[in-house]
Design a protein around this ligand. Structure first.
Ligand code: AQP
Length: 336
């Protein structure tokens, strides 16, 4: 049976190669497999750290245009803005009753992001994984395409669903599976390959943005940190994070395995050939997306209409789950 697929993505115009390989290409591949495939731009999650309201609206439209340009088709998937479907926040609240405070406190992302806040560490930042659980569980999704970095949140989501079912009725919520890509589940920062490429935690030079032009992309790859092995060795290994990252990126955008990239570059002269090959492949992969993005982004009325139509479809599914959850929890009047 075809799975219900759900995934969420933060609103920003600065989506990077990690988001693209780890998530966006999986979304596009999932839209013909999912029954349905549901993709959500999570504006409510973006309010958990300092942000500018007018900017948030613009970034939602940037992300919508990027996703459409990457190949999402509103006729073949449901694409919507989280804040348009109130069922997400209601379910989040209801799920807090089966979520342990200690578990939320232990989440790595909460610890990292709360340490980075200069003023307020919001309660929303702590509740972020519960809202994420609500996003997925509201659609009874069986499959969640995400990068490796979301493993901990996915585990918590599965625990919440399991605990909810044990307390209020087996089978009420679906316990979802994480789906991470075979290659590129963890794209690393080009300057600090020991950590993931990230919107908030990385350097400008180490982060390749989906909307970077070809010259900038080449420059960033040519300056990528590798290692000082003499002679240089192109292979994937834990102690060669920089080289492994470049090989994996090239494999992911070329649709081949890391082994075949390594074989193809067996006669390469140093790491320069690898850097040029991956830079060219990434620039070629992103050029058509960028062209389509420019055609889509200016028509804000059309983008809003796509999101509104997607929200209506999403609400029709989520409201059924919410009615079941409310009834099981004894919230509101009895069902007629
Ligand atoms: N480096 C990465 N490699 C592979 N996948 C990644 N993802 C993020 N970074 C990498 C995946 O991208 C999806 C969308 O992420 P998001 O836009 O919701 O933001 P995020 O997960 O918080 O990741 P960022 O962009 O790196 O932001 P910060 O700096 O806040 O951590 C997710 O499926 C994620 O797994």
């Amino acid at each position: 049976m075809a799975p219900i697929i759900f995934s969420g993505i933060q609103p920003t115009g600065r989506k990077h190669l990690g988001n693209y390989i780890g998530a966006i290409t999986q979304y596009v591949a999932g839209q013909d497999r999912g029954e349905p495939a549901i993709y959500c731009i999570v504006d409510l999650h973006a309010t958990t750290v300092a942000y500018d309201p007018a900017e948030l609206r613009a970034r939602v439209l940037d992300t919508t245009a990027i996703l459409l340009a990457a190949g999402l088709d509103p006729e073949r998937c449901i694409l919507f803005r989280q804040g348009d479907v109130a069922e997400h926040t209601e379910l989040c609240w209801l799920l807090t009753s089966v979520t342990a405070l200690g578990e939320l406190n232990r989440m790595h992302q909460f610890r990292d992001k709360s340490a980075a806040q200069r003023e307020l560490v919001s309660a929303g930042l702590l509740l972020y994984p519960v809202l994420m659980a609500a996003d997925v569980l509201a659609y009874r999704a069986g499959e969640v395409p995400v990068g490796e970095d979301q493993r901990e949140h996915l585990e918590l989501m599965r625990d919440i669903a399991t605990r909810f079912n044990a307390r209020f009725g087996e089978g009420l919520l679906v316990v979802p599976e994480q789906r991470i890509p075979a290659v590129g589940a963890r794209v690393r920062d080009l300057q600090s390959p020991e950590r993931k490429m990230s919107t908030t935690g990385g350097s400008e030079q180490g982060t390749v943005y989906v909307l970077d032009d070809a010259t900038t992309i080449m420059k960033k790859f040519k300056r990528a940190v590798t290692d000082s092995d003499d002679p240089p060795v192109i292979r994937c290994d834990e102690d060669k994070p920089g080289v492994t990252n470049l090989v994996e990126i090239l494999a992911a955008v070329s649709g081949v395995s890391s082994d075949s990239v390594v074989q193809e570059l067996a006669s390469a002269r140093g790491y320069g050939d690898l850097k040029v090959a991956v830079g060219e492949a990434v620039a070629a992969e992103l050029a058509p997306l960028q062209e389509r993005y420019r055609g889509l982004r200016d028509d804000e009325v059309a983008l809003e209409a796509i999101l509104a139509a997607g929200a209506a479809k999403a609400r029709a599914i989520a409201s059924v789950t919410l009615a079941d959850v409310r009834a099981a929890m004894g919230v509101g009047p009895p069902r007629g």
